[in-house]
Design a protein around this ligand. Structure first.
Ligand SMILES: [Zn+2]
Length: 884
């Protein structure tokens, strides 16, 4: 089925008021493959304020709009034609800095009227993400999607269905921006649709799906001897199986006699027994073992850290984690080698050898040219040293720091740990517990380079010293997790550069005094310690010879070669994006092949290679390219690309680029769409791209790309790093959060299922309702002012709305349906999240509703971002202008 949403508008100019009067007609055309069409015509009208930034708009004389005359002549006194002299890139009113004044940025409590568009569009009539997700569920839920060579568009990431690998890596691992590449260079450029793939190499298959098969290195049929691509169904057999053709380098390779098997109709007879011949994803276990991963703990014991009074609690928590690590049956990690250091402005190392009667402390005073005094005893298996580590941890709270002691930088333990990792030739995790104020390392060595460099630094770029230290960590497979316990002053250094560039993370706590913060720390620490990771990872990308890799985007240090990415560590959530560009025309019969090879070592030291391959069709028809492109995949691709480019490109240019690309894309689709016999004033969206405008608008106005008046720089840095490595499902819900109504009346009502979400606009929130709003980084409970007292009693154990307090809460444990089912739902959401999500209650009309407004992405945002309706209107006007 093919669905077009068509938006017509008719307008006339009122010179006395400088207003355009616009009539909108929404026409929804649903056509099947047999070209049967059903159309709905929906009308509304409204007033369009002339955007002040576009002067040529306001002063142009009314002109007739030829294409509209046959429709509008009877209805409007004067027709309007978009002025051909208008600049092609239209400055969106709300994106103009002049318009980010306090009058435009509404900080007042939300009014729960239907959110109105500046131009009178009814938001409820616009294409809806909720509807798109629902339709995909109806089509695919509970069914099997077969992922085979040149297969079609897969189900959405939010739909629960079984994905079966029959020669192409499933969409769990690879999602492409389109499932039909344009054959030639010119069409690809004309389409403005990026050709790319997001890869999620260690994704965990859903229950009921086959896990990635592992084969021994010696048993695998070897891949291409010329370019190094691995064996996969994308390599085709010739001469009865004596040779195979490699699409990545366009060469033939001979099969050694030891692994020869005959072919039957181009398929090897041992196809079913060999995953490398039949599957899109498999893993090779290498014979060589490397050293197992280690765990190094670094605790800040400077005078200011001692003054916070948190050290005792931190050390207690570490002790109990180590105890659990050693005691967990089945996941016995007692062989895990552990190291411990404390630091102020110096580094204190501990010899944890069990042979010593008490641990020896060694102090490194020269932190500039750091050398390890000894190696022995610095890393000891947990089972042999737990009691010694515990003893040190117990004593830490009683250390007597020198009162004049300067506190050390949070990067100091990283330098020391890298030395330990290098000396032991092992990868691993470094956990830093930093309590003193954050400092930026003085960068004497590189300062001259900085001043001589003409490259502009963006706020997202870390200091050169952090980047070079992060590179050392990457080479050594050292994954840094930093826990910060000092209240961060606005404008101070941000300690997240190294952790996020090494596959780790940064978690900040205001204070560990409250029980909720202590619980959060416990959960975060537990996740960091237990998270299974792939260390010393190298990702190599191959693409058909006719194309090249033109960009790689994600949370890593990009090297000069886009086809190779090195990472200190990655976990099962890490996702990257790659962009491809034509060298020459593709071969329509062969299609395009893409292969990702991830080499890594496991925490126990096994060397593995995971290979994901897909073969996609290509077509001379651009319509095929558009029709096999999905909004959520494009969103994820653009998000990774824009958030990575934010390191060196001004944000305004990125926002404009996004708008221009999507405008050009829609204009191109319209030009090639066979149904263009319809009115020239229509905006036509391809079937699977209906949700694209709302997603792109949400990305454009995200806090990372559009700084608001209240957003802190550090918050934005943190958000960028967290979002840039998200997979498709999480990216989609980050930019279009789920809003689920909770049952408010009667005790027998069923809990609405996840499918019952409502649109992300204030008008979806009923004053008499309760809503759970969630995305990967936030979990809110909105309470309307007219919720029945009985419902409040069931959920909060109080029947008065006024006695509720907004802010982080834990729901009381009450034995009734609403309370039990709500707590269950919250628990399951928290367990899936990549960060510890704490429930925040937001009362209607309360000042903290601003945190909710950021999530209502269809409305105007508190940071000045445009509403969905307004953005769609401008896409329509601008793409139309490109066509006439
Ligand atoms: Zn090759």
């Amino acid at each position: 089925m093919h669905i077009n949403i068509l938006v017509f508008h008719q307008s006339y100019f009122d010179p006395t008021n400088f207003h355009f009067w616009v009539n909108y007609h929404f026409k929804c055309t649903i056509s099947s493959r047999s070209n049967k069409q059903t159309s709905y015509l929906l009308c509304t009208s409204g007033k369009m304020d002339v955007p002040a930034v576009n002067t040529s708009f306001t002063h142009s004389q009314p002109q007739s709009w030829a294409g509209q005359n046959h429709i509008t002549s009877a209805m409007s006194p004067t027709s309007w034609k978009p002025n051909a002299n208008c600049p092609p890139t239209y400055h969106y009113p709300y994106m103009n800095p002049k318009h980010q004044s306090s009058t435009e940025v509404s900080l007042a409590p939300m009014t729960h009227k239907p959110s109105e568009s500046r131009y009178g569009l009814d938001p409820q009539l616009l294409p809806s993400v909720v509807q798109v997700i629902k339709e995909d569920r109806v089509q695919w839920e509970g069914k099997v999607f077969v992922s085979k060579s040149k297969s079609s568009v897969p189900p959405l990431s939010s739909t629960r269905c079984t994905l079966e690998d029959r020669g192409n890596a499933t969409p769990h691992f690879i999602r492409c921006t389109t499932y039909s590449f344009p054959v030639d260079v010119q069409s690809a450029q004309k389409s403005h649709l990026p050709l790319g793939a997001t890869v999620h190499p260690l994704a965990v298959p859903e229950r009921g799906e086959r896990s990635v098969p592992v084969c021994e290195a010696g048993d695998c049929v070897k891949g291409c001897g010329h370019c190094g691509a691995f064996m996969s169904p994308a390599l085709s057999w010739q001469d009865c199986g004596q040779r195979f053709y490699c699409p990545f380098c366009d060469k033939l390779s001979e099969v050694p006699w030891q692994s020869y098997q005959p072919t039957n109709q181009g398929r090897r007879v041992d196809l079913e027994r060999k995953p490398e011949l039949s599957l899109g994803s498999y893993e090779i276990l290498e014979k060589r073992m490397s050293n197992a991963a280690v765990l190094v703990l670094a605790i800040d014991v400077s005078a200011s850290a001692m003054r916070t009074g948190h050290l005792e609690h931190i050390c207690q928590q570490i002790c109990s984690r180590l105890q659990i690590l050693q005691g967990t049956e089945g996941a016995d990690q007692s062989d895990l080698r552990v190291g411990l250091m404390t630091y102020d402005s110096r580094i204190h190392l501990y010899n944890l050898s069990p042979t010593l009667s008490r641990p020896h402390m060694m102090i490194i005073t020269d932190c500039e040219e750091m050398e390890l005094p000894v190696m022995e005893g610095l890393l000891v298996p947990l089972k042999d040293c737990r009691h010694i580590v515990e003893r040190v941890l117990q004593e830490i709270a009683f250390f007597k720091p020198k009162s004049d002691e300067r506190c050390g930088s949070q990067d100091l333990p990283v330098s020391a740990a890298v030395k330990i990792f290098q000396a032991s030739e092992s990868p691993g995790k470094l956990l830093i517990f930093h309590s003193s104020p954050l400092t930026e390392r003085t960068d004497e060595k590189s300062s001259s380079v900085f001043f001589s460099s003409s490259k502009l630094k963006s706020i997202f770029q870390g200091p050169d010293s952090s980047t070079s230290l992060a590179k050392e960590c990457v080479n050594q497979g050292c994954c840094v997790h930093t826990f910060v316990f000092s209240h961060q002053e606005v404008g101070g250094a941000w300690p997240g550069h190294i952790p996020f560039l090494t596959g780790g993370g940064l978690i900040c706590y205001n204070s560990l005094q409250s029980e909720m913060e202590q619980e959060r720390f416990q959960a975060d620490l537990s996740r960091c310690v237990n998270m299974q990771m792939a260390f010393k990872a190298q990702l190599k990308v191959f693409v058909s010879k006719e194309m090249r890799i033109s960009g790689c985007y994600g949370a890593f240090i990009a090297g000069p070669d886009s086809s190779r990415v090195a990472m200190a560590a990655l976990d099962w959530r890490t996702t990257m994006a790659f962009e491809f560009t034509h060298n020459k025309s593709l071969d329509e019969a062969r299609g395009v092949a893409i292969q990702f090879v991830l080499s890594y070592s496991t925490s126990s030291g096994e060397s593995r290679k995971r290979i994901h391959t897909v073969t996609l069709p290509c077509s001379h028809q651009l319509l095929d390219t558009f029709r096999s492109s999905q909004a959520e995949s494009l969103l994820t691709f653009y998000c990774k690309k824009m958030y990575s480019l934010a390191l060196e490109t001004p944000l305004q240019s990125l926002r404009e680029e996004l708008q221009t690309e999507v405008t050009e894309m829609l204009a191109c689709f319209r030009r090639h769409n066979c149904t263009t016999s319809a009115s020239p004033g229509q905006l036509v969206l391809p079937q699977f791209l209906k949700a694209l405008p709302v997603y792109i608008n949400s990305l454009r106005k995200s806090e990372v790309l559009l700084p608001g008046l209240r957003g802190s720089v550090q918050q934005r840095l943190q958000l960028r790093c967290l979002i840039v490595s998200m997979d498709t499902m999480n990216t989609a819900s980050q930019f279009y959060p789920h809003i689920q109504p909770l049952p408010v009346s009667g005790s027998n009502t069923n809990m609405p299922s996840v499918e019952e979400t409502v649109r992300c606009t204030a008008s979806s929130l009923d004053q008499g309702g309760l809503y759970l709003i969630y995305c990967p980084l936030a979990l809110l409970l909105w309470v309307g002012s007219r919720v029945p007292p009985q419902t409040l009693l069931q959920l909060f154990n109080t029947n008065s709305f006024s006695s509720l307090t907004s802010g982080k809460i834990k729901l009381p444990v009450l034995e009734n349906f609403l309370s039990i089912s709500t707590r269950d739902l919250i628990c399951s959401l928290q367990s899936q999240a990549a960060v510890t999500l704490q429930l925040k209650m937001v009362k209607e009309g309360d000042s903290c509703e601003e945190s909710l407004q950021h999530l209502l992405v269809e409305d105007k945002s508190p940071n000045g971002g445009a509403s969905y309706a307004d953005f769609l209107f401008h896409l329509h006007v601008n793409s139309f202008r490109l066509i006439v």
